[in-house]
Design a protein around this ligand. Structure first.
Ligand code: SF4
Ligand code: SF4
Length: 134
């Protein structure tokens, strides 16, 4: 019985169109829910390094002193952990896949352009007393 089931499955599989596509020569199908690639908005990244700590595959590297954020596309398993963990929501999951890359070309380095806003200056002690006296 099992033999006939196997033959039936084999014949059905041979007659069907392939379930896979020849990506990248045939473009991938992307839906709004597709997890393609992680992207960063460098103008909002505060270099906290939380994404680097949360990444299970060690794909992200944040260098605070050099003001760079980098991702190794070949290591990234597109789990979305970094996107969910980022406190300022400057990471996003794009629906498009990374173009085919090899070796060092797989590492995308982004320069962080965020500038910390200056705190408003506290009024000087004498200035404050003067205001209170008047
Ligand atoms: S999606 Fe997952 S594996 Fe990829 S960089 Fe983010 S945390 Fe790491
Ligand atoms: S991307 Fe988000 S979590 Fe990662 S260092 Fe920048 S601010 Fe922090």
């Amino acid at each position: 019985m099992a033999f006939f089931e196997m033959v039936k499955t084999a014949i059905r599989t041979v007659l069907r169109r392939p379930a896979t596509r020849r990506y990248p020569s045939v473009p991938a199908k992307c839906t709004p829910l597709s997890r393609g690639r992680v992207s960063l908005d460098p103008s909002r990244c505060i270099s906290c390094g939380i994404c680097m700590k949360k990444c299970p595959s060690g794909a992200i590297c944040v260098r605070k002193e050099e003001k760079t954020w980098s991702i190794d596309r070949l290591r990234c398993i597109v789990c979305n952990c970094c996107v969910e963990a980022c406190p300022v929501h400057c990471l996003a999951m794009e629906t498009k896949y990374t173009p085919c890359v090899t070796g060092h070309l797989a590492v995308d380095v982004v320069e962080i352009t965020y500038v910390k806003p200056e705190r408003p200056k506290r009024p000087e002690a004498g200035e404050q007393e003067g205001r209170e006296g008047s």
